[in-house]
Design a protein around this ligand. Structure first.
Ligand code: ATP
Length: 453
């Protein structure tokens, strides 16, 4: 596979706005830091990424079930999990420009003064680093009294630990089994975000896989590999993906193994997803604090034990951004450069563009019929009759639509349509009665195209 040229973040941000993937939140009021809204194409992309994750982790397996736990839990949860005391970033303040930066990410930060510099380079003195808790606080009830403080969850995982027994007992489950959840998490991030890479609210996809302690090394290796393979199967460039195992001194005190799947973003290598063996840390802490026995009881051996937990934890928005960056290509053609997103068809926001060649002679009507058929079969379509056919293809290339179906004069007489492929730009004639099956087959056999470096 060839290595693809790195695209700048500015180009990604501008494409996202132009095509309706991502907008700045509260834009008309000047925005709000590190917060974004997703437009029509963006929301479809997020949905497809979530479905692809859920299908792989839950639907295709018989040992993982789903959960949807509350965002606001009993505040005790976050004390026991260690988030109240320890979920913080070290922050420094610049005494000159008064801005605040993450002490461990100074090289990524820029100070607000112009020309902006790396903090400390503007001759402003930086304060000592202080811990800044990342959790958003809120209040329960009408009065802001002591004891009414609650937190917006900074991760979805704790909701899974809290429901471990409920899920196990109601489903009559026995380790090894997993509980998966997709949902919003909130972190009061201070560092600049690199667009949607780091935002204050984001969706996480997490799975806690509970195993007999003696099997934890094997399951950790298994999930580490499974998650890496998933990104490759969805078309990410292998040369921009790597697995980084945490060194012993980097591991959380309770973890026997942690690895990050990293991607080479335009701003450098960054974490896309983490896989960790969390041992029995969370269950045993919650059992102790709640005085509820959260051990598994084995009816055969009559033994009670805490399972160990393997956790793959990724961010849906970060995944979507990664697929977008990876899919982006400015491809030089003979007379022009085309911008194209080579999404895997499974995650492309629109699967098929449907066009009448011209806006007359019954072509729009036939095109509408074919489009309606595809929609009924749950194929995401987009109907377009505006402008030259070449321009319509380009618009769908930029949206990442893998196939376009054009209805022309011949379609009306012999019911054959033209299918144009986004990646190769090649065209084929296909019987309109077979179009749905043809598209589904193409989706199943899609391969990431080779690209110029
Ligand atoms: P980072 O080091 O980037 O702050 P983290 O190690 O704190 O991430 P985890 O707590 O392991 O992240 O969260 C799991 C996943 O959730 C990350 O791999 C990432 O994909 C996603 N994620 C975490 N924080 C954010 C954020 N602020 N915005 C978007 N996605 C995030």
């Amino acid at each position: 596979m060839t290595q693809t040229a790195t695209v700048s973040m500015d180009k990604i941000v501008s494409l996202c706005k132009r095509k309706g993937f991502v907008f700045q939140a509260s834009e008309i009021y000047g925005g709000i830091g590190n917060t974004y809204d997703y437009g029509p194409l963006g929301v479809e992309l997020l949905r497809r990424v979530k479905d692809a994750w859920w299908n792989r982790i839950v639907v295709e397996r018989d040992d993982v079930v789903g959960l949807d736990s509350a965002i606001i839990q009993n505040p005790k949860v976050w004390e026991v999990s260690g988030h109240v005391g320890g979920f913080s970033d070290p922050m420094v303040d610049c005494k000159k420009c008064k801005a605040r930066f993450r002490a461990d990410k100074l090289e990524d930060a820029r100070c607000p003064e112009k020309p902006s510099k790396i903090p400390g380079q503007c001759a402003g003195e930086l304060t000592e680093a202080r811990a800044f808790n990342l959790m958003f606080k809120t209040n329960i009830g009408p009065v802001e009294a002591t004891g009414s403080t609650a937190y917006l969850r900074p991760e979805t995982a704790q909701g899974i630990f809290l429901n471990f027994q409920n899920v196990m007992n109601s489903g009559r489950l026995k380790p090894p089994f997993g509980i998966a959840q997709i949902g919003k998490s909130f972190r009061n991030e201070i560092t600049p975000g690199n667009f949607v890479f780091r935002t204050r609210e984001f969706e996480q996809a997490e799975m806690e896989f509970f195993v007999p302690p003696a099997e934890s090394d094997r399951w950790y290796a298994y999930w580490r590999e499974q998650r890496y393979e998933w990104y490759l199967a969805l078309g990410l460039d292998e040369s921009k993906l790597r697995m980084r195992d945490h060194a012993a001194e980097e591991l959380a005190h309770y973890s026997t193994g942690t690895a990050d799947i990293e991607y080479e973003y335009p701003f450098g290598w960054g974490e896309l997803e983490g896989i960790a063996c969390r041992t029995d840390f969370d269950l045993s802490r919650h059992a102790e604090a709640s005085v509820v026995d959260l051990r598994y009881f084995d009816p055969e051996t009559k033994e009670r034990w805490f399972p160990y937990v393997i956790e793959p934890a990724g961010g849906i928005n970060r995944m979507a951004l990664t697929f977008l960056i990876d899919a982006y290509e400015e491809q030089p053609l003979e007379k022009e450069t085309r911008t194209v997103l080579h999404f895997h068809p499974e995650i492309a926001p629109i699967t098929v563009g449907v066009f009448p060649l011209v806006k007359k002679e019954g072509m729009p009507e036939r095109a509408r019929e074919i489009e309606a058929e595809l929609r009924r079969a749950r194929v995401a379509t987009f109907y377009d009759e505006k402008g030259a056919i070449g321009r319509r293809y380009r618009r769908q290339d930029e949206a990442g639509t893998p196939y376009c179906v054009t209805i022309d004069g011949e379609t009306l007489s012999d019911d054959v349509v033209t299918v144009r492929h986004r990646d190769s730009m090649q065209q084929e004639r296909v019987k309109s009665a077979e179009i749905r099956e043809y598209i589904l087959e193409q989706m199943r056999t899609w391969k990431r195209p080779q690209r110029e470096g």
